[in-house]
Design a protein around this ligand. Structure first.
Ligand code: SF4
Length: 347
């Protein structure tokens, strides 16, 4: 068991001990090996030192362009891929506090049921030869929580919870539409009554009308089961609708984090502003001047010197932005933080 202290990010509206999860210094580096001897010649620094918290019943979204590390961050947090460094303090109840990254395999298994994931492509995560009823009930069986008619009843109940008829339990994944398959994926994630679900681009592959239904379902289930979500997405309109707080990532680091209103209505980091300026808005009065993001995201193998964003930043200052990485500082009330040399410190 490991104790951590509250930092700026965690010292906002919630006290640190109210957080279900507190991630500090999360890194995931993938080694690059070359030659016959497979010598280690470098690292892909997919995630390079993230600090964030997730409150009980809260949705924290991770956003950013493709390749920013948000999916790796979500999966490393759940240890679906092993993190390189950091800690993830998990507090399922008032009496329990563990660092997930320090748990052995057997210990981790006992917490695994609390921590689930919903994937972007439910078809890929469902075995085509297993009925959806068996797919949803599998985890209950593996954990010895139900069998026989009790298992069938629980599967039927889960299917109803996600808006599917219980009699579809005998069907196979290919007999369902994309939206229905994602509902099956949600039922599977819910089976063990988790506390935290990582939704990894969970609605990105769905048609817009189906997206809305699945998002509303996720919100309803959150209220009913007091679920916390780490919501990984690139569609900022969806993020605005579902999130309580938002963390904007660039090249493996968080460049801005705050409540959804702080980040969307008062963005402080130039990268956040550029991302938000690209959201299509029907209402003319709400339209922002488009800030074009030129050039590609740099390689996470050798990030630029100084601020990682300086090669694309429209307001970068030579001699400053290209020499030192900006410290993360408070730029608004509570936990509104940004990492940019030009932001005004909050007082
Ligand atoms: Fe742009 Fe400089 Fe701020 Fe980085 S530190 S976002 S380059 S102004």
């Amino acid at each position: 068991m490991t104790m951590t202290s509250a930092t700026n990010e965690g010292s906002g509206a919630q006290a640190a001990t109210d957080h279900l999860l507190e991630v500090r210094g999360l890194k995931k580096h993938f080694p690059i090996r070359r030659g016959v001897l497979q010598r280690h010649v470098g690292d892909v620094k997919a995630v390079d030192g993230l600090d964030f918290t997730v409150g009980r019943g809260e949705t924290l979204s991770l956003v950013g362009e493709s390749g920013c590390g948000k999916t790796t961050a979500g999966r490393s947090t759940l240890r679906l891929i092993e993190p390189t460094a950091g800690e993830a303090i998990y507090r399922p109840d008032a009496a329990t506090e563990v660092d997930l990254f320090k748990l052995g395999k057997a210990e981790m298994r006992s917490f695994r049921r609390d921590l689930q994931i919903i994937f972007q492509d439910p078809y890929a995560s469902l075995n085509p030869r297993i009925t959806v009823g068996n797919a949803v009930g599998e985890a209950l069986q593996v954990h010895g929580l139900a069998s026989g008619s009790e298992l069938q009843d629980q599967v039927a109940e889960l299917l109803k919870k996600v808006g599917l008829r219980p009699d579809v339990a005998n069907r196979f994944p290919h007999e369902f539409s994309g939206g229905q398959r994602q509902r099956v994926g949600i039922a599977r994630a819910l089976a063990l009554r988790p506390k935290l679900i990582v939704c990894d681009e969970a609605v990105s592959a769905l048609d817009v009308s189906i997206q809305a239904q699945v998002i509303n379902l996720l919100k309803d289930l959150q209220g009913e089961f007091d679920l916390s979500y780490i919501f990984i997405a690139h569609d900022l309109s969806v993020v605005r609708y579902i999130s309580d707080r938002v963390a904007v990532m660039y090249l493996g680091r968080i460049v801005e984090i705050g409540t959804v209103d702080q980040v969307f209505d008062n963005p402080q980091h130039p990268y956040t502003r550029a991302l938000l300026s690209a959201i299509p808005r029907a209402d003319r009065s709400e339209r922002r001047e488009r800030i074009p993001l030129t050039g590609d995201v740099p390689s996470p193998i050798s990030p630029p010197s100084g601020c990682f964003f300086h090669t694309r930043c429209p307001v970068a200052e030579a001699g400053r932005c290209d020499t030192a990485y900006p410290e993360t500082r408070q730029v608004g009330e509570g936990g509104h933080l940004a990492a940019c040399h030009l932001t005004e410190p909050y007082s």
